[in-house]
Structures are given as structure tokens and as C-alpha cells.
Design a protein around this ligand. Structure first.
Ligand code: F6R
Length: 369
């Protein structure tokens, strides 16, 4: 049932192009408009929302953080992303005009269930983005948008993450479509690019030997840092989480701009640092800033492992290793840049002789608060 792969996790990483394609499938009509009827939320209701609050935990929370950049850009609706367990136990400001989006692979995470109940008690509309039909979270929500990643067996989430990001993009584009704002014109273009992503993920998967060799060579590493900006920031945190949970290595993700406010003190000769670099096209200042971050840490002795787009030569002078991903727009890039980080964690854990499908102390779904 592992399809010839050494672990469920390896199989699920390779299932990712299909997880994205299946999540996109059947959600546009012949005219190219998004149709999300299954959500069963009234269009007029969706037009009147003035805030989105995403509640989730772990990897699903990072999917929400990625979504924030895209949804705010396309819809001009403020998006807050909060851990479900934090949301539940403060006194959050939500009301009938708040759309709460609960993201959960399993649909059974108790922290998220409790937050959904709390949000509904406050009068908010709750939409579940979930991978498991009939599970508690979509049942207790007003509406559900399912990710079609297929069952995820490995404890560490991979394909569900990419499917969650995809579903969040669909939601954002749908809201932009029905609210008819100035970004509505971008919808067709972004949808087209989104449909090209599965083949690009496949391209990343076809060229993994470099990251595998890197992981094997780093089996004795004790600490790894991950830096990113903009959508690369949640990718950096997800890369760090994967390494912690699978390889039991101390790992931390930072916003690259935060470096000089403290974390740069951690840089000492030989410290491995992954840097997730945004596209050099479009948002020029963002790209230039992260290149200068790489320069700064390299000057202090960091071993820099840079994830950059094909054709981005600016990073080369400061990178010990460059892991390449195909070109796409900045907002969609997390669907590509996370893949080498997933593979790195999986391969390094395997090199340490660990069971990647069943990391210690972890359960697939956390059904207690
Ligand atoms: C990490 C991981 C966890 C889950 C988290 C939420 O690899 O799997 O962090 O993402 O426990 O689980 P769901 O999405 O089922 O609510």
C-alpha cells in the first residue's frame, strides 16, 4: 500500500501533484468561473463579511498563514490567522460578519473543534477546510470545502498541506469573484497558473537527488535554521516543524527581516541555514532584501542552503547550495518551495534510522485538548 515507496510519508510526498490537481478538479465552470456550491454559504452572506479568521493547529496553521497573503491581496478582506487553542481561550472579537475558516486535515483535532464551537456561539459563520469527509469539524461547521488529498497515513502532514493551501486559494479567488473587486480580473490568470502547479511540483519531485544527498550528509547536524519572507515565512516555519518532528533536530523558522532584531546572534561558523527566496520577478525589493539577508549570514559563517527559482542567479554568489524550483508567481510559490524541505526532513530522519511514519510522542490526530 506504500506504492513501492519506503514509507507512507515518501509516498504522500510523491502524491502531491495529484492532491493539488484533485483539489482543483471540478471547481470551475465552462466559462472559467469558480463554482463552490458545495460550500452552501449564501453569496450575499459572503459579500457582507468584513473579516476572516483562520483557526487551526500545526501544519494546518501554516497553510492558513500562507493563505493570508493571497486572500488579503485578492479580496482586500483582513485575515487573521490564529492557533485554535489560543483563539479559544482569549476573548476573540468575532460576530455575524466574521467568516471563521477552520483548517484541519483530520477534522478531529480537539483544539480546533473547541474553537469552532466557540466561534459559532459568538455568531460567526464557520467554514471548514478539511480532508476527511464526515469528520467532526465539517459536521459542526456551517459549510465545508473539502481538500481531495486522499487519506493521509504518515503522522507528518505533507500532501494535506498542499491541498489546504490550494483550497484556501480557491476560497480567496471565489470571494474575489463574488465580491467583484478590482482583483477579479486576476482570477482567470491565477487559476490558470494554479492548474500548472501540479506539473511543476512533479518537476521538483523528479530532481530530488541533490536534496537527498544533502540530507544524508547532514545526519549529525544538531541545529538548523530556516528563513523566509512574505509567503516564504510560513514555508520556513513548516520546514522547521518537519525537521523537528521527523528528525528530532532543533530547528527554527524565522521571518528573514527579523534576523537583525535578534536571531542573527545564533549564526556561528558552520550553522546550516535554509533560505526560502521569493521570485526575482515582480516584487523586486522583497527579493533584493532576502539576497542581502543571505549575504549577511554568509559573512558570519553560516552554511547557506538556498531555495530559489530557476534562473535566479543573484543568489549564487552567497549560496553554498542552491535547490531549484520552477518559476511561478510569488503567491503560489509555497506549493513548490516546501517540497524540498519536506524531502530534506524525511531523508535526514531516514538517514538517522528513524521511523518517519511514526515519529516519537506524536499521534496523527490530536483528539484531546
Ligand atoms: C505536522 C502535523 C500536525 C497537524 C496538526 C493539525 O506534520 O501533522 O502539526 O498539522 O496536528 O492537525 P489537523 O490538520 O488534522 O487538524
Amino acid at each position: 500500500e506504500k506504492g513501492g515507496y519506503p514509507s507512507f510519508m515518501a509516498k504522500e510526498i510523491h502524491d502531491q501533484p495529484r492532491a493539488i490537481a484533485d483539489t482543483l478538479l471540478g471547481r470551475t465552470d465552462a466559462a472559467g468561473h469558480l463554482v463552490l456550491d458545495e460550500m452552501k454559504l449564501d453569496e450575499s452572506e459572503l459579500r457582507s463579511i468584513d473579516k476572516i479568521v483562520v483557526i487551526s493547529c500545526g501544519t494546518s496553521a501554516y497553510a492558513g498563514q500562507v493563505a493570508k497573503y493571497a486572500v488579503e491581496h485578492w479580496c482586500r478582506i483582513p485575515v487573521e490567522v490564529e492557533y485554535a487553542h489560543e483563539f479559544r481561550y482569549r476573548d476573540p472579537v468575532v460576530n455575524q460578519r466574521t467568516l471563521v475558516v477552520a483548517i484541519s486535515q483530520s477534522g478531529e483535532t480537539m483544539d480546533t473543534i473547541m474553537a469552532v464551537r466557540h466561534a459559532r456561539e459568538q455568531g460567526a459563520r464557520v467554514l471548514a477546510i478539511c480532508n476527511t469527509h464526515g469528520s467532526t469539524i465539517p459536521r459542526e461547521s456551517d459549510a465545508a470545502l473539502y481538500t481531495h488529498a486522499g487519506p493521509e497515513i504518515a503522522v507528518a502532514s505533507t500532501k494535506a498541506f498542499l491541498a489546504q493551501i490550494t483550497a484556501c486559494y480557491l476560497l480567496g479567488l471565489y470571494l474575489a469573484q463574488i465580491r467583484g473587486n478590482k482583483y477579479a480580473d486576476e482570477i482567470a490568470d491565477v487559476l490558470q497558473q494554479l492548474h500548472e502547479v501540479p506539473a511543476k511540483v512533479q518537476e521538483v519531485l523528479d530532481g530530488l537527488e541533490q536534496v537527498r544527498a544533502l540530507a544524508r550528509s547532514m545526519a549529525d547536524t544538531r541545529s538548523v535554521l530556516f528563513l523566509g519572507r512574505h509567503v516564504g515565512y510560513p514555508v520556513a516555519m513548516e520546514g522547521a516543524l518537519k525537521l523537528k518532528e521527523l528528525a528530532y533536530i532543533h530547528a527554527e523558522g524565522f521571518a528573514a527581516g527579523e534576523l537583525k532584531h535578534g536571531p542573527i546572534a545564533l549564526i556561528e561558523p558552520g550553522q546550516p541555514v535554509f533560505v526560502v527566496v521569493p521570485s526575482p520577478r515582480g516584487r523586486d525589493s522583497l527579493h533584493a532584501k532576502i539576497v542581502s539577508n543571505i549575504q549577511e549570514i554568509r559573512a558570519r559563517g553560516a552554511r547557506t542552503i538556498v531555495i530559489a527559482e530557476d534562473g535566479d542567479t543573484d543568489v549564487e554568489p552567497y549560496a553554498d547550495t542552491v535547490l531549484r524550483v520552477p518559476q511561478t508567481s510569488t503567491l503560489l510559490s509555497p506549493l513548490l518551495t516546501i517540497v524540498p524541505l519536506q524531502v530534506f526532513a524525511c531523508e535526514l530522519a531516514t538517514a538517522k534510522g528513524l521511523d518517519v511514519d511514526q515519529p516519537r510522542n506524536l499521534a496523527k490526530s490530536v483528539t484531546v485538548e
